[in-house]
Design a protein around this ligand. Structure first.
Ligand SMILES: [Zn+2]
Length: 234
């Protein structure tokens, strides 16, 4: 009985996630990869979704995004990719580097040995699919006009999990999570710090302000007055 209930719960979750992917305009093969449903069942699910009177989600055909360069192509895309990566991390879809040692070892071995970049721990799963949806829906809720579609979000998560071409690292000035080239020699600064001025300016400003006031990190970009004291915005 217990086995039956577990299987039933898992099947319900599978269909629930497939519907969520359909609403987010995922391609059929993406839904198949993440849920294990056949193309035929996905098509039937799509038809039944329409039968219930929901607004028809767009069906996209063709290949999903494959080039990570899109995430670094412009300041806006770098910023939005970093926001999405932060939400992945917040929701638990993207493990923190120090969280799962087994994952880290797996990645290390993967990079050293040059094995195919799809160990079992990085494969799509129903649990990760749920977290992915929650992160992407939050990303859409935060931005008026998000630049990255759901297929880009799926690709970004997979690329960050594989960490072959892009990775995440803290901004050296404010510690915000930044998506950057995996092989870059220097850590990338977030869009806000980059707009503030040359590298190190914010850190120097923080050090200077900290000498007088225990200013939290969110206020560390407060401009200095003529005496080198932090000037708060009123
Ligand atoms: Zn920063």
């Amino acid at each position: 009985m217990r086995i039956y209930e577990d299987r039933y719960t898992r099947e319900r979750l599978r269909f629930h996630i497939a519907l969520r992917f359909i609403r987010l305009e995922a391609r059929t093969h993406t839904i198949r990869d993440w849920t294990g449903l056949t193309d035929d069942r996905i098509r039937k699910l799509y038809r039944s979704y329409l039968a219930h009177g929901g607004r028809a989600p767009a069906r996209h055909r063709g290949k999903s995004p494959r080039r990570v360069a899109v995430f670094l192509r412009s300041a806006r895309l770098r910023q939005e990719s970093s926001l999405l990566a932060s939400l992945f991390r917040l929701m638990g879809a993207l493990p923190a580097p120090s969280a799962p040692p087994s994952l880290q070892r797996g990645l290390q071995a993967l990079l050293v040995a040059g094995a195919p970049a799809s160990p079992a721990s990085l494969r799509p799963s129903l649990q990760r699919a749920q977290l992915l949806c929650e992160a992407y829906e939050l990303y859409c809720a935060l931005l008026v006009s998000p630049a990255l579609g759901f297929e880009h979000a799926v690709f970004l998560l997979q690329a960050l999990l594989q960490a072959e071409e892009i990775t995440t690292a803290p901004c050296p000035d404010c510690q915000a999570l930044v998506v950057m080239d995996r092989w870059a020699l220097f850590a990338a600064r977030c869009a806000t710090c980059a707009a503030d001025g040359p590298a190190g300016a914010v850190t120097a400003q923080r050090d200077c302000a900290a000498a007088d006031l225990p200013i939290p990190p969110a206020l560390c970009k407060t401009p200095m007055d003529a005496h080198g004291h932090a000037r708060h915005v009123r």
